[in-house]
Write a protein that binds this ligand. Structure first.
Ligand SMILES: *Cc1c(COP(=O)(O)O)cnc(C)c1O
Length: 354
């Protein structure tokens, strides 16, 4: 399918690169494609960024049938523009789509569409250290219908937002509240998909944690409230007695691409890694024995977010004296180095736009 291009004849002024923040400013163009039952995906187009007319009865607004992805484009010092593992994002979107009864996308076509969109708005990619352009592909049900069933019509869209450095003042470990009342997802539900409902389910706990002075929550499993799942909207790792442990993917956890990249790097470096069930008690016991070396979250936005403090039922522990640990720092430097073109891309993760 050929992508139709309609140029934006009224491009916006570019933002001040020192005050970008996250997800507040959008580029001049967006990608749109329609789906109709019996016809499949059609009319792929890159058009000026702007509002889309929606009937108030569109199914997504009532039943939440939607999925999304998040990845970034980076500008290297040599002037190349590159994406980090975009095929993994679009393959994961199809996993989410299957669960939400949304039609699959052609992965190669979707990545090509993203590449074309990035190329058209390449002047929007900031170049200062730590900055990038966040890319948000998403699909949603747009049948005007108030019955519960899979929609017959969808939109697939991609919008982009230049983002500032996540750590403008250096990496600061965060304080995390271990959530014992609310749960994010259970096996059999939507936890392994990137769908808006998972976020809707998480906002309340995040608000309560913020009020208590914590940055994010550590989610426990929804059944026994014993086993660690994720931290905020990131996957989570603990280094205990020299072994890096992360919760296994058992249906309630998102298979993060940064999680996978972290595991591959650790194995490559010969650091023992285990994907298994890990209880919060085991983490506290390890801390009591002086064996809890490091803890960190992983995700596209921050890459690595070290955990400096945990509060579990009022028992507060400090990890690595609230400082970033050596493994966290090495993973952060390596992944960001590959992304911005200063480190060897040993796993062929980079896809060049130009
Ligand atoms: C997106 C997301 C992650 C991180 O995935 P990455 O591919 O590493 O960005 C982790 N947990 C949840 C719930 C997410 O939505």
């Amino acid at each position: 399918m050929e992508i139709r291009i309609e140029n934006n004849l009224q491009p916006k002024a570019k933002p001040d690169p020192t005050s970008l923040g996250f997800g507040q400013i959008f580029t001049d163009h967006m990608f749109v494609m329609d789906y109709e039952e019996g016809r499949g995906w059609f009319d792929p187009r890159i058009v000026p960024y702007g509002a889309v007319p929606l009937d108030p009865s569109v199914m997504v607004l009532h039943y939440g049938q939607a999925t999304f992805e998040g990845l970034k484009a980076y500008k290297t010092a040599a002037g190349h523009i590159q994406l980090f593992r975009p095929y993994s994002n679009m393959e994961r979107m199809n996993i989410s789509n299957d669960r939400l009864c949304i039609p699959r996308l052609d992965v190669d076509f979707a990545v090509d569409a993203i590449k074309q969109l990035v190329e058209i708005d390449q002047d929007w990619i900031p170049s200062a250290e730590g900055t990038s352009m966040y890319i948000r592909p998403f699909v949603f049900a747009c049948d005007p219908y108030l019955g519960v069933r899979p929609s017959y019509k969808y939109y697939f869209m991609v919008i982009m937002s230049p983002v500032g450095a996540y750590y403008p003042e250096g990496i600061n470990p965060v304080k995390i509240y271990v959530e014992e009342e609310y749960v994010r997802a259970v096996k059999g539900g939507l936890g392994f998909t990137k769908t808006p409902g998972n976020y809707a389910a998480s906002i309340k706990a995040q608000e309560v944690a913020h009020e208590k002075g914590y940055t994010q929550v550590l989610w426990l499993d929804g059944i026994e409230k014993k086993y660690i799942e994720e931290v905020g909207t990131m996957n989570v790792f603990f280094k205990i007695d020299g072994v890096v442990i992360t919760p296994a993917l058992e249906g309630s956890i998102l298979a993060g691409i940064t999680r996978d990249s972290t595991i591959k790097l650790l194995k490559h470096w010969g650091v023992p890694v285990e994907e298994r069930r890990l209880s919060i008690q085991e983490v506290y016991d390890a801390h009591a024995q002086g064996k809890l070396d490091e803890a960190f979250g992983t995700g596209t936005a921050a890459v690595i977010s070290p955990i400096g403090e945990l509060n579990y039922g009022g028992q507060i522990i400090s990890i690595n004296d609230g400082q970033i640990g050596p493994i966290s720092a090495k993973i952060y430097d390596t992944i960001t180095g590959i992304q911005n073109g200063t480190a060897d891309d040993i796993f062929n993760w980079i896809v060049r736009v130009k």
